[in-house]
Ligand binder design. Structure first.
Ligand code: ATP
Length: 716
């Protein structure tokens, strides 16, 4: 949204201008939001309640949004440089409005903390009334809320500019916001925030679709390569897989509508023509036309083998058979398996393992390149419980039996659902994932079932097909199904019974053919007893229920960890030191495989080329967590810990494998006890202890948190 400002007397607040069309629609947005807040029973004078998430829940929220935080971090840094010394702060929230991270001026962070603008607090409209974060989340549009426009008076010292962040399939990822003292309002802030959100979205898109064909376009060729360029991603069959915000703006259609296009219907060209263009050296952008006839300059980009990216549509160009001329276009050493991204239709025969692991793993089939693991096969790393789950699923594959996947967060429920889809006869069609917990309750209905043009206030101009229709022919994955609001459970039940959808505001029913996979970490049976989940829906979803074990219950952690590392560093995969493996097997892993993958990802970067991952490479927050007594599974005993590998280990736990750890309750405590014992045995001679333990003097200092220049007060 464009806002203009008027200048006021220096020292007084600069306020967003009134009178322009932009200001009118902004006023309408704020008014509608105030009405919603009043309808929710919020009071303008109440102090915003400050109920941040517990530390562990915040850690899980951060873990779940790790990728968003990683992508946003450099952009937030850059923004910080722009707003430094302006009594402002930058806020990143998840798709529910929970604040994940804040950076900014210390004094302002402190003031903001007083109104709960701090990590762990929720700024959705229902908890904080009209505010830029909550209103941007609701309206799905960049939003400025200034001073007294905040619903709650306590927040009226703020001026906030927020922009939602979407993935290339149109799913809300979170919100980026700059908040400051209302007297420091600056007209450029909103523009900066919007651009920053677009940068994050564009990075996300390129990450998701590294090995897909991307069409970068703009009506002015000089804008290609800038933040204003539109980007559309096309699958091997020519279907549009995703697009960035600028593409939607230029095409003038919603994400759902754009994703219904093909290369031909959107740009009026064929894959063969694009292929030819890509092969010609130093080619200028192609001049093509959007569906409404407007000309655009289009620059196709491909970093993988084009023969894999483009198949099916139109006649093949001469010499464009599989493998032909790929060398010219393929990026150098990296594996090029045409990584399908989440939400893609996946062509059979394409890197199955890599495809299901699009969440971050690029796992080559072990050993030889000849045969690739199937989707489900990829998940088998030796744990008997997982083996049993896969065995059951194989038996019901392609039988049209709804599957319910149960398991804690991060256990791999979505990965399993993708694997089922990929091994099924529907693999060529769409896999559509809907996270019932991340869509605001008020929007789930429209999101799932679609709506007609003008069906409700705030509806997008051209209506929407809804996710169920998008999944037609393929698989609909309903994640966090336990969070689906009651009235919608009834509607979903009807869809599943009647196999047809009636969009909001429409009288037409659309027949659908979908395989349904549900997932939840909630105890559905207990919810049924408490009347929170419909029993009839439960049975409709539960043709077969499988439970994925928590990571701490699995006995294949070492194999799983090595596989994840191989995916991260396919060329020079580091070993995991025995001491680190001991830590891993003893840790509770509240975030399950997701947390393990994140820890390994960081460790692999820190180890950068070293042959072994040691404790020094592990992320600090993980090491901190290990120190908490509740982090370990059980008291350390030499028998319970895996045997250290032959040869010298560089960590204390392995080196001290034979040392009795006394009453230590955590691995950390056990390590300290061991070091202390050996030190005592050496009369405090650090060099001698370091030799006996096989660790460096510095490691001893670090473990005991000593300053080597000062004697340890505890031992003095
Ligand atoms: N068997 C596995 N091998 C490799 N990576 C895995 C495995 N299982 C899960 N992961 C990784 O862990 C992360 C979390 O997986 P996924 O999203 O499927 O879990 P989930 O149970 O659906 O989580 P949530 O309940 O939070 O939605 C992903 O990055 C995924 O790639």
């Amino acid at each position: 949204m464009q806002t203009r400002t008027t200048k006021e007397t220096p020292g007084k607040a600069l306020a967003p201008a009134t009178g322009s069309a932009g200001a009118d629609s902004r006023r309408a947005l704020i008014e509608e939001s105030h009405q919603r807040c009043a309808a929710l029973g919020l009071s303008r004078i109440e102090r915003p309640d400050y109920e941040p998430l517990m530390r562990s829940d915040l850690a899980i929220a951060r873990e779940r949004n790790r990728r968003l935080s990683d992508r946003a971090a450099p952009v937030m840094e850059m923004l910080l440089e722009q707003i430094v010394n302006t009594h402002s702060m930058i806020v990143l929230t998840d798709a529910q409005g929970t604040v994940l991270h804040t950076v900014g001026d210390d004094d302002f962070l402190e003031r903001a903390g007083k109104v709960a603008l701090a990590p762990g607090a929720n700024w959705a409209e229902h908890s904080k009334g009209t505010n830029a974060i909550g209103t941007a989340l609701f309206a799905e549009t960049p939003t400025l809320v200034h001073a007294s426009e905040h619903f709650m008076h306590a927040n009226s010292f703020l001026t906030c500019s927020a922009a939602p962040i979407f993935d290339p399939r149109g799913n809300m990822l979170g919100v980026l916001d700059v908040t400051g003292d209302h007297r420091s309002y600056h007209q450029h802030t909103m523009g900066l925030v919007r651009m920053s959100a677009r940068m994050i979205e564009n990075h996300w898109l390129t990450d998701d679709y590294t090995d897909r064909l991307r069409l970068h376009f703009h009506s002015r060729s000089e804008f290609i390569g800038t933040l204003l360029e539109g980007i559309v991603v096309v699958g091997p069959d020519g279907r549009v897989l995703g697009a960035n915000r600028s593409a939607l703006d230029q095409i003038g259609q919603s994400m759902a509508a754009v994703r219904n296009h093909s290369l031909t219907s959107l740009f009026g060209t064929s894959t063969a023509a694009v292929h030819d263009h890509l092969r010609s050296p130093l080619a200028l952008p192609m001049l093509l036309h959007l569906p409404d006839g407007r000309p655009v300059h289009v620059s196709p980009r491909a970093s993988g083998p084009v023969s894999v990216m483009l198949r099916g549509l139109g006649p093949a160009a001469p010499g464009a058979g599989p493998g032909a001329d790929d060398a010219a276009l393929a990026a150098p050493a990296a594996r090029r398996d045409a990584l399908p991204a989440p939400g893609d239709a996946v062509a059979p025969g394409l890197a199955a393992a890599a495809a299901i692991a699009a969440g971050g793993l690029r796992e080559p089939a072990e050993g030889a390149p000849a045969r690739r693991a199937s989707g489900l096969e990829f998940l088998q790393t030796g744990d008997p419980q997982v083996e049993a789950v896969v065995g059951k699923l194989r038996r019901v594959l392609n039988r049209d039996i709804p599957i319910l996947i149960l398991g804690e967060t991060g256990t791999g429920k979505e990965l399993l659902a993708r694997a089922i889809h990929q091994d099924s006869e529907r693999a060529k069609q769409a896999f559509v994932a809907v996270n019932c917990a991340s869509i605001p309750e008020t929007l789930i209905e429209a999101e799932l079932f679609g709506y007609e043009e003008g069906a409700f206030t705030g509806a997008k101009r051209k209506g929407s097909h809804g996710r169920i229709v998008q999944a037609n022919g393929g698989t609909l994955f309903l994640d966090e199904i336990g969070d689906m609001p009651g009235p919608l459970q009834a509607r979903l039940l009807r869809v599943l019974q009647e196999r047809s959808v009636t969009p909001l505001g429409s009288h037409k029913t659309i027949p659908v053919d979908i395989a349904v996979i549900g997932a939840t970490h909630r105890p559905l049976r207990e919810m049924i007893e408490r009347g929170q989940f419909r029993e009839d829906l439960y049975y409709r979803l539960n043709g077969l229920a499988v439970r994925l074990p928590a990571l701490r219950e699995r006995n294949d952690l070492p194999a799983l960890a090595r596989r994840i590392l191989r995916g991260e560093c396919p060329q020079h995969t580091p070993e995991i030191s025995p001491a680190v493996m001991t830590m891993f097997t003893r840790y509770r892993w509240p975030g399950n495989v997701r947390q393990l993958a994140n820890v390994l990802r960081t460790a692999a970067v820190m180890a950068a080329g070293e042959p072994q991952i040691t404790e020094a490479h592990l992320p600090d927050d993980f090491l901190d967590d290990l120190q908490r007594p509740a982090a370990a599974l059980a008291p350390l005993s030499a028998a319970a810990a895996p045997a250290p590998a032959a040869g010298r280990a560089d960590d204390t736990a392995a080196a001290g494998g034979a040392v009795v750890a006394g009453n230590a309750r955590t691995l950390q405590e056990a390590e300290i006890a061991m070091i202390q014992q050996v030190l005592d045995a050496c009369d405090g001679n650090i060099s001698e202890a370091s030799k006996r333990l096989g660790i460096s003097r510095n490691t001893i200092y670090r473990k005991l948190r000593w300053n080597p220049d000062r004697p340890d007060p505890a031992r003095a």
